[in-house]
Design a protein around this ligand. Structure first.
Ligand code: PEP
Ligand code: MG
Length: 546
């Protein structure tokens, strides 16, 4: 059988299929147990088993992952949870339903308390799912510890699950849901793990069987044996790039890297990134259940900035929300988190994000002093000039000389001149800008075609930003996935984009592509792509521009 999905992280790898189990759904209210005592007696041992499994994982883990697991174990061992669930069985619920209800009551109570206790609600729901799965004889939800290298197949993977994967052990990823700019796809790319997302039928792949996954073409092929699956082909052809982004006629376009931690920054420096254009600070803290301490934040910031002493590093303040929920910085119960209080909006909520922003800015400023990197800081999810002004003021209060905002919301493009009057630079997040422009969830494979960065409507928005930049003198960069496409990079430059930031694996190919073309050619390609009626024609039009 061959399946086809959306290519999300290049490279080809094969191996045995390990299925990542979904969380169990809500268990039915009935039937009423015939022997309530025996039914109630099943709950304690199930909790102990779940607890022992988590403990084994905690023993092997370090850092944030260990802290999360230990907090979760405390929840499994809670005697009140056991007692309430047992009582519910005696009132006539089957054991899985009783655990579901008891845990939900507990989680709702914690959520209502807010603050640190409110954040524990997520742990309780995780525990609930594990115990319910155990009682129903289903596999434990989430990514299991892999005993040997394997290809992971899932309905979907949370960014926190993906971030914890190790290349070489997780050989490749295949998910039924997900789009190419979802954070799971971005993380897979940065880890160098081949991935195919939005792959219909992935759930039919047999656990224990063998597949070959091609993250470059999107093909997932079932094969008969481990030998047939044992293919590992180089991801990208090596190309030459001298480490300075420029067009053939010498127009400079610094090529920067998107990173999330010190390891990624070191790899980017090795690949000759001219700086960091997007340091996604939230990625280091995806599994932290409380605000990371000053010391922990400094470790992460010093690690990234330290790899780029004397070079620009643009750190983005915590972009929490939607598909990147930070347990310590997420509002519970939002019906539509992608349109809710996320990004900079959380940083303006007193008692939740406001102090977190202050401490983060202080930590970043101190890291810049310590490492000698040229720090720039930008805010995510900015819609208005007033928000931009607020953010720049906060940065100045911490002595940060260069402050900017991301342009990810179409409204921000329409008031670009007003925003540019407040900031030192802007950076276009094409992943979210496309999502909000087309009302198309970037995590959904079904609407991936709308999130194609070659969509002329998206290119025309970027053209408006280029024009505003030329008028105001405030530089505009691109740090969304669009910048990593060697064919699109010249179009962006032709639209007036001054810097491009990308996963460091794309630097050489983008550098080589720009070096082949003059600025005039880039401009002609941009005009042709913008005038096209659809993404396919836009690609062709740019490619065939003389
Ligand atoms: C973007 O939205 O394009 C972006 C760069 O930010 P993120 O992918 O982290 O949302
Ligand atoms: Mg974004």
């Amino acid at each position: 059988m061959q399946l086809n999905g959306i290519p999300a992280s290049p490279g080809r790898a094969g191996g045995r299929v390990v299925r990542v189990a979904d969380a169990p759904g809500e268990p039915p209210v009935g039937p009423v147990p015939t022997d309530p005592d025996t039914e109630a007696g099943r709950i304690g041992p199930a909790m102990e088993l779940v607890s022992a499994r988590l403990q084994a994982r905690a023993d092997a883990a370090t850092g944030d992952a260990k802290d999360v697991l230990e907090a979760t174990i405390t929840m499994v061992g809670d005697p009140a949870l056991l007692e309430n669930a047992e009582n519910l069985v005696r009132e006539g619920r089957p054991a899985p339903r009783a655990v579901w209800e008891a845990a939900n009551t507990f989680a709702d109570m914690l959520a209502a308390m807010g603050g640190y206790m409110g954040e524990r609600a997520t742990d309780v729901r995780d525990v609930r799912d594990r115990i319910v799965a155990e009682l129903q004889g289903l596999p434990a939800p989430g990514v299991a510890d892999l005993a040997e290298p394997a290809v992971l197949v899932a309905a979907d993977l949370a960014p926190a699950d993906t971030a914890g994967l190790r290349p070489g052990v997780a050989l490749a990823l295949v998910t039924e849901q997900g789009g190419p700019t979802s954070h799971t796809a971005i993380l897979a790319r940065s880890l160098g793990i081949p991935a195919v997302v939005g792959c219909a039928g992935a759930r039919e792949l047999v656990a224990g069987g063998f597949v070959v996954v091609d993250g470059t073409t999107g093909a997932v092929e079932e094969v008969g044996s481990a030998e047939e699956a044992a293919v590992i082909v180089e991801a990208v052809d090596a190309v030459e790039w001298d480490g300075t982004g420029r067009t053939a006629d010498g127009h400079l376009v610094p090529l920067l890297a998107n990173v999330g931690d010190a390891e990624g920054a070191a790899a980017a420096a090795e690949r000759r990134a001219q700086g960091v254009g997007l340091f996604r600070t939230e990625l280091a803290f995806l599994s932290a259940t409380e605000e990371p301490s000053e010391k922990r934040q400094r470790e992460v910031y010093d690690g990234v900035l330290g790899a780029f002493a004397g070079k620009p590093v643009t750190a983005r303040t915590l972009d929490a929300g939607a598909d990147k929920p930070l347990p310590f910085l997420t509002l519970e119960g939002e019906p539509n988190p992608a349109l809710g209080v996320r990004g900079l909006r959380i940083a303006r909520v007193p008692g939740i994000g406001a102090d977190v922003l202050e401490r983060q800015l202080a930590g970043l400023a101190a890291a810049a002093k310590e490492t000698g990197a040229e720090l720039k800081v930008m805010a995510p999810m900015v819609a208005t000039a007033e928000e931009a002004r607020f953010f720049v003021q906060r940065c100045r209060a911490h002595g940060i000389g260069s402050a900017g905002v991301m342009i990810e919301i179409p409204a921000a493009v329409l008031v670009a001149r007003e925003i540019m009057a407040e900031v030192d630079f802007v950076s276009v997040g094409t992943n979210d800008l496309a999502q909000y422009l087309f009302a198309a969830d970037r995590q959904s494979g079904a609407v991936a075609a709308l999130n194609d960065p070659w969509q002329p409507a998206l290119l025309r928005l970027i053209r408006m930003l280029g024009e505003a930049s030329a008028e105001t003198g405030v530089p505009v960069g691109v740090c969304g996935e669009a910048a990593a496409d060697p064919a699109l990079a010249p179009v962006l430059v032709g639209l007036g984009v001054a810097t491009l930031s990308m996963g460091s694996g794309a630097l050489a190919a983008v550098g080589a592509s720009l070096a082949d073309l003059t600025l005039e050619q880039c401009r002609a390609m941009a005009a042709a792509a913008c005038a096209a009626p659809d993404p396919i024609t836009a690609r062709q039009a740019a490619a065939s521009t003389p």
